[in-house]
Design a protein around this ligand. Structure first.
Ligand code: GCO
Length: 452
């Protein structure tokens, strides 16, 4: 079995991480523009002011995608570039940029997948409460309507939100991402609820104003789990752990089921409603109906997972995370099995066609004396993970895989100190160099992963 001929092989990026041009052609400010200006938040004070200068170099970058044989490209629209205040006046130059990018992709037979929100919250909206303000549901809906009106004649695939776990959890629980706030627990649940309603409103508007039948989904992440062995009890333990409220309260956003049960099953998980009762906002039936507006595809960003076994007490327990695991440059464990078990468990629970919307790693990449970038660790990592994904492809409806990332880029609080790209970026000269892994991935795409 394995990957079919129509399996979507792609790569992903996000606006702030690659575009630069943060104050150009009418773009408004968003929370990362402001957050990165403040000293002390980002490694060595790095910002996305220039990043990979993709705003000016997108044609060159699409040419590279073509050379790599990519079939699809997942990118985000910077909400504040097309709606400087987040609502109201449209910035036509911002629309033109994304329109020209879409045309360039289509001319090169690369299918565009748009993420509407990859953390680029317009600062004007933030000043009015941002995700705490219930009006954000309508504001996000109006933004989705604009995207549908301007791009859905050529773009069929839309993801509404990228990783609400991060933009709520890291932005407002731990405060290590923009806007760097440690909000009261109850506020984070209210923000999360508004974000899920905003997702639902965007689905409605995309559906209503889409110029063609659309594939609509979203791209969450979460604390993935896989069994230590393939014994039935360990598999059951991993499945139980994955969909339980498995974290402590200060890391609650990593609980997968809290974000996906409402969208795909129409209700929050019972365990969570009981456990978090003291912190929850008012949740109405109308809210749940909006949140569970039917979607067509389900993205999941998976980098690693927790190794789980059934304990002697009949309860799931974790094998210690770093005991014997290889680690990537950003110190994340290498756990390929999560790319078989994660999609499998998610498909069994939700029954929606799945895309792996992000998977990849940071390596200590350097330009060697021969002028090339040799990244055997990335090839080894991808070979192991895609081997596991291929097994899942033989069992569930797995639509595609977007490697994170197309090119080295601004890695949030880590700035440019982490290199996740298949393409190396020299930030002083903006030179792009395809790493060995880019050529390896090209061959995987060419032969549909036959050798994985
Ligand atoms: C995320 C984001 C990406 C990151 C990537 C590496 O998943 O956190 O979607 O923007 O850059 O995952 O951390």
């Amino acid at each position: 079995m394995g990957f079919g001929e129509d399996f979507v092989w792609g790569a992903a990026t996000s606006a702030y991480q690659i575009e630069g041009a943060v104050k150009e052609d009418g773009k408004g400010m968003h929370i990362w523009d402001v957050y990165t200006e403040q000293p002390g938040h980002i490694f060595e004070g790095h910002t996305g002011k220039i990043a990979c200068d993709h705003y000016h170099r997108f044609r060159e970058d699409v040419k590279i995608m073509k050379e790599m044989g990519l079939k699809a490209y997942r990118f985000s629209i910077d909400w504040s570039r097309v709606l400087p205040d987040g609502y109201g006046k449209v910035n036509e130059k911002g629309i033109t940029f994304y329109s020209e990018l879409i045309d360039e992709l289509l001319e090169n037979d690369i299918v565009p997948y748009i993420t509407l929100y990859h953390w680029e919250l317009p600062y004007e909206i933030y000043k009015q409460g941002g995700w705490m303000n219930p009006r954000i549901v309508e504001w996000f809906g109006e933004y989705a309507k604009l995207a549908a009106e301007r791009f859905s004649d050529r773009v069929k695939n839309f993801f509404t939100l990228n990783e609400p776990q991060c933009f709520v959890g890291l932005g407002f629980l731990t405060g290590e991402h923009a806007p760097g706030i440690r909000a009261p627990l109850r506020d984070t649940f209210e923000m999360a609820h508004h974000a899920m309603k905003a997702h639902g409103r965007a689905v409605q508007m995309l559906r209503q104003y889409g110029k063609q039948p659309l594939n609509i989904g979203y791209a969450p992440t979460g604390s993935m789990c896989y069994p230590e062995t393939e014994k039935a009890e360990d598999i059951e333990a991993a499945r139980q752990m994955l969909f339980s409220m498995q974290t402590d309260d200060n890391n609650w956003t990593w609980n997968v089921a809290w974000w996906s049960d409402p969208v795909l099953l129409g209700h929050y998980p019972k365990e969570g409603l009981e456990r978090y009762e003291a912190y929850l906002p008012k949740i109405t039936e109308a809210d749940m109906k909006l949140i569970s507006e039917p979607i067509d595809i389900y993205g999941q960003n998976i980098y690693n997972g927790r190794c789980i076994r059934m304990g002697k007490d009949g309860k799931p327990e974790e094998v210690r995370r770093y005991e014997g695991f290889a680690k990537t440059a950003i110190d994340w464990p290498v756990t390929p099995e999560c790319l078989y078990w994660g999609p499998k468990f998610l498909y069994e629970r939700y029954g929606k066609p799945i895309y792996i919307t992000e998977n990849g790693l940071s390596c200590h990449d350097v330009v060697s004396l021969d002028g090339k970038v040799h990244d055997p660790n990335r090839i080894d990592f991808l070979a192991r993970y895609l081997h596991e994904l291929k097994r899942a492809a033989g069992e569930i409806e797995l639509r595609g895989y977007f490697q994170w990332s197309l090119m080295d880029n601004f890695e949030w609080a880590k700035g440019y100190s982490e290199r996740f790209g298949l393409v190396y970026v020299d930030y002083r000269t903006q030179e792009r160099i395809l790493k060995d892994s880019a050529y390896w991935y090209r061959d995987v795409i060419l032969n549909h992963g036959k050798d994985l």
